[in-house]
Ligand binder design. Structure first.
Ligand code: ADP
Ligand code: F6P
Length: 385
């Protein structure tokens, strides 16, 4: 694994050298003010990021400007200077005190120009952008337009291939499990089965962790073909053997062939074919709220502190990643293409600007993630009785 991390390290070095040829290195003496924003779907732990950015930056003599509402706030100039007092007592809170948005306008040249203009007008030298892959694309755009930016992975989905962990996952799976446990109580009383849909977009990790933690009898995720007939047969046998309450977890990224949601369909099929009374519950956004766990607060804090340090050292276009328990910066373009490779969505020419070592590092990440999903799926299968 050390070898694997070295490959990423080498690729970063090479990319850094290239970047230095094409962009002005920040003069540390004039680096006085940074902006921080939260963007895309909110995630528990985003506030811990904001607090750590503010406190670390101030300790280095840098002012921090909070951008309200993600890239939309950057376009509109919705800013608030942040002091220690502003971020007091937010580390324990869910959501994001800076608010969030999805901002299609930012994807346009005009939107980016207006965002850059806001930074220039307000003397914001650099940005820390907390969110998912869309947010990192925005961070790259800002860097390319002269505002060095670093991303922090804040999303419950854990769907960034370059990092083992994204801030918010732990809180999300604990919340999902707590609600499933409650469904289980009432299922036990009424001898019912509950199909539960959880978020996660294209990534089944939230569903897998929640299924294992709640003792689900089956789990359906986008990454692994779901053997519906085998699951229904198992449920029939379990009921015949006297099992009263049962849970089936379905990731929101699993669909019927016509594009409709699979969870409600599966619920009806199980009831029709086994005679077990079935209910369907979609946990939806409830798993995105709530006070962050210690894991999310600590990871958020460590990543944010490192991000501020790196910005001050003149580094940018990076996303902070956790690899085998350690925090490393990874080039955003590497991270985004690694994502595409993992999702089989590579476009012609995507790999051209990467060295063979970098491509090998991406392949290693793809294999690692695939193995992790398969391992979790197998564990869920092994205990589903
Ligand atoms: P997440 O960051 O959680 O993946 P989104 O994909 O919705 O969430 O992205 C958040 C925001 O990032 C978008 O609303 C948009 O403002 C910005 N963004 C997304 N994709 C791009 C892109 N290709 N170029 C520039 N900005 C983008
Ligand atoms: O990316 C986080 C996430 O919660 C996904 O799990 C989900 O698919 C999506 O965001 C929901 O987005 P919205 O809040 O816009 O409904």
């Amino acid at each position: 694994m050390k070898k694997f991390n070295n490959k990423i390290g080498q690729s970063r070095l090479r990319q850094k050298n290239e970047e230095q040829k094409t962009r002005k290195v920040i003069n540390m003496a004039v680096f006085r003010k940074i902006g921080v924003l939260t963007s895309g779907g909110d995630a528990p732990g985003m506030n811990a990021c904001v607090k750590a950015v503010v406190n670390k930056a101030i300790s280095l003599g840098i002012e921090v400007i909070g951008v309200n509402g993600g890239y939309a706030g950057l376009i509109q100039g919705d800013l608030i200077p942040l002091t220690h007092n502003h971020v007091n007592n937010i580390v324990s809170k869910g959501g994001t005190v800076l608010y969030s948005s999805r901002c299609p306008e930012f994807k346009t040249e005009e939107g980016i120009s207006r965002a850059v203009e806001t930074c220039k007008k307000n003397h914001i030298d650099a940005l820390i952008c907390i969110g998912g892959d869309g947010t990192f694309r925005g961070a790259t755009d800002m860097t390319l337009h002269g505002i060095p930016s670093i991303g922090l992975p804040g999303t419950i989905d854990n769907d960034i291939t370059a990092t083992d962990y994204t801030i918010g996952l732990d809180t999300c799976i604990n919340t999902a499990t707590r609600f499933i446990d409650q469904l289980c109580d009432t299922c036990e009383s009424h001898a019912r089965l509950n199909v539960v849909e959880v978020m996660g977009r294209d990534c089944g990790q939230v569903a897998l962790y929640a299924a294992i933690a709640s003792g689900a009898v089956a789990v359906a995720v986008p990454e692994v073909p779901f053997d519906e007939a085998a699951a229904i047969e198992k449920i029939r046998k379990l009921r015949a053997s006297g099992k009263r309450s049962m849970i089936v977890v379905v990731s929101e990224g699993v669909f019927n062939p016509d594009g409709s949601k699979y969870g409600p369909t599966l619920t009806k099929k199980i009831e029709a074919e086994t005679g077990v009374e079935c209910k369907f519950a979609c946990l939806a956004h409830v798993v995105r709220g709530g006070d962050p766990t210690v894991r999310d607060r600590v990871t958020a804090t460590e990543m944010a502190v490192r991000a501020v340090e790196l910005l001050v050292q003149g580094k940018s276009n990076l996303v902070m990643c956790e690899l085998d328990g350690e925090i490393h910066p990874v080039d955003i373009s590497f991270a985004l293409i690694a994502d595409r490779m993992y999702k089989n969505k590579l476009k012609d020419g995507d790999l051209e600007k990467f060295t063979s070592e970098e491509v090998a590092a991406m392949e290693a990440l793809r294999e690692k993630r695939t193995a992790e999903i398969n391992r979790l799926y197998q564990v869920a299968q092994d205990v589903s009785f």
